[in-house]
Design a protein around this ligand. Structure first.
Ligand SMILES: *[C@@H]1O[C@H](CO)[C@@H](O)[C@H](O)[C@H]1NC(C)=O
Ligand SMILES: *[C@@H]1O[C@H](CO)[C@@H](O)[C@H](O)[C@H]1NC(C)=O
Length: 252
């Protein structure tokens, strides 16, 4: 009987999630399964990791401009000669430096990339994944087996792991694209707080094994490690596991 009551409440929570929170109402926080949208002119504002509330269009709730953080050097092109006003920054707009309801930071926890955070490179664009500074950390979650990254306009990017071309390939690059990855491209899941990726007919020694392989430009591309965690590490790479972190702000 108790179990039946829980199911009914869970179903009610799921349908509420489609609706809009009232003015001054809760719109997020850990464990919150209710609405996450606010009425027009109201902004879902994080109070702390357990509580976000719809507030009237307050200035403090506007999304900080991405230009407040310097773009990674790899996103800066060389201005063509004779052009004094070339635009060299090609970063997209991010969701800000405060965690949005239902999203998480993802970071590595082993040296030499301890507390480097998952992000796109260039930032907030459909591009390759890297580990980078907490100041430019992306916001993510796993939804229906997809790794989703939140952008500043509320749209999503989807994680996609490259196809293994032959059985000698032991690392697969993670990138982000604008459309959901096909089911044949594998499945993301949380194991505790660790991000895992699995795919039919590739058996991995450790589904939480990732590789960080600096590319020589200062960027640290991230790969799925199809081999064992912690030994037989490919040259130029470091073994990492990556974990969600749900404090309101990312930190080093
Ligand atoms: C791998 O799995 C897919 C279906 O998920 C199947 O179509 C394909 O034939 C399999 N490949 C091998 C080598 O077993
Ligand atoms: C994978 O490796 C991590 C890091 O060493 C470890 O915590 C975890 O238990 C391993 N999982 C399996 C299934 O071996």
């Amino acid at each position: 009987m108790f179990a039946a009551a829980v199911v009914v409440l869970a179903a009610a929570g799921a349908s509420l999630a489609q609706t809009t929170a009232p003015q001054w109402g809760q719109c997020g926080g850990i464990g919150w399964t209710g609405p996450t949208a606010c009425p027009s002119g109201w902004v879902c504002t994080v109070s702390n990791q357990y509580y976000s509330q719809c507030l009237q269009g307050a200035a403090t709730s506007t999304i900080p401009p991405v230009t407040s953080t310097p773009p990674p050097t790899s996103t800066v092109g060389t201005p063509t000669s004779g052009s004094s006003s070339a635009t060299v920054t090609v970063t997209g707009a991010g969701p800000g430096s405060t965690l949005k309801p239902n999203y998480l930071w993802i970071r590595a926890v082993e040296a030499p990339h301890f507390h480097e955070y998952l992000q796109s490179n260039p930032l907030y664009t459909a591009s390759g994944s890297v580990l980078g500074s907490y100041t430019t950390a992306g916001q993510f979650n796993v939804v229906n087996g997809q790794l989703v990254q939140l952008l500043g306009d509320g749209s999503l990017l989807y994680g996609v792991v490259e196809t293994r071309t032959d059985p000698t390939v032991m690392k697969l690059r993670l990138s982000f694209q604008k459309t959901p990855a096909p089911a044949s491209a594998g499945t993301f899941a949380w194991s505790g707080d660790a991000l895992q990726w699995t795919i039919a007919n590739v058996t991995r020694p450790n589904n939480s094994a990732w590789l960080a392989c600096p590319d020589g430009t200062g960027a640290v591309p991230l790969f799925v490690n199809l081999g064992p965690y912690g030994y037989m590490t490919p040259a130029g790479c470091a073994d990492e596991t990556i974990h969600f972190y749900n404090a309101a702000t990312a930190s080093s």
